[in-house]
Design a protein around this ligand. Structure first.
Ligand code: HEC
Length: 251
């Protein structure tokens, strides 16, 4: 019985592990698909450039080394140094935010999270919609709110590219007296440097890069998970053999 129980819990553990691996990719139902192309190296190169120019001021990617990116993105050492490394001297350094996290927490209320694993945690579609979801909200300290993360303290850092938009909401009175608010589309308030299509591409490339940097770490974690499971199984066999051995003489 005890053995069965142990086996059952081992199997549950395994099932949880694999379920987690597949589930984390999901997102909300109303999300637009990011439609990223992980194999497209030029898209990843543009994404890396976007990230360094528009995000790394506040966000770190502290599990990622410049050297690793450079190799994967087929950049020469010079290209790497000239185009991506504004904030580092050696190619083996990891990506640190220009703004110290403590200061950022003071400025924004919430410290900007490390983005190494963000695509893994929230999904590419989520970030795609988040970066497209800023809309003007006079009540917010940053002047904007976000459709995906309501009340966010991240400012609309891409406003020069996207411009500003407002969000329309429709309200429905329900029979039980409650009110449901549904999103009813964005409206352009002032145009940015890019049209909607180019902005989508810009965001898509950036998200593609974030998905790529989250990937090697994920692969490593999965490998580690398999080792842990194998260890548990091995240990279980060892323990049950030991138990047999010990109880043999008692009977
Ligand atoms: C001026 C500083 C600043 C810049 C630049 C910035 N962010 Fe942020 N970001 C923040 C802050 C602050 C938060 C925390 C927001 C919160 O939790 O409400 C955040 C949160 C996020 C989150 C997490 C959202 C969530 O659901 O928790 C993502 C994803 C993100 N930023 C992506 C980006 C990307 C991509 C860029 C570059 C295009 C970028 N950020 C540039 C300040 C910044």
């Amino acid at each position: 019985m005890g053995k069965l129980k142990t086996l059952a819990s081992l199997m549950t553990l395994g099932a949880c592990f694999f379920a987690h691996q597949t589930m984390a990719a999901g997102g909300g139902t109303h999300m637009e698909s990011a439609d990223i192309k992980p194999d497209n190296i030029s898209s990843l190169q543009r994404g890396a450039r976007n990230f360094m120019n528009y995000c790394s001021g506040c966000h770190s990617a502290q599990y990622v080394r410049y050297k690793t990116i450079g190799k994967y993105l087929e950049l020469s050492e010079e290209q790497l140094i000239d185009n991506l490394m504004f904030n580092a001297e050696k190619t083996f350094e990891t990506i640190q935010a220009a703004m110290p996290s403590k200061d950022a927490a003071r400025w924004y209320g919430t410290p900007p999270p490390d983005l190494s694993l963000m695509a893994r945690a929230k999904g590419a579609d989520y970030i795609f919609n988040f970066l497209k979801g800023f809309y003007v909200s006079p009540n917010s300290p940053t002047g904007v709110d976000n459709l995906v993360l309501s009340g966010t303290s991240m400012p609309h850092v891409l406003w020069e590219l996207q411009g500003y938009q407002t969000a329309n909401f429709a309200t429905h009175d329900n029979e039980d007296g409650s009110v449901t608010t549904t999103f009813d589309g964005f409206e352009v308030l002032s145009a940015g440097a890019m049209d909607a299509e180019d902005y989508d591409d810009f965001v898509r490339d950036t998200v593609n890069f974030l998905a790529y940097i989250a990937e090697p770490v994920r692969a490593e974690r999965r490998k580690l998970g398999v080792w842990v499971l194998m260890f548990l199984i091995f240990f279980f066999i060892l323990a049950s053999m030991l138990k047999k051995q010990i109880w043999k003489d008692v009977k």
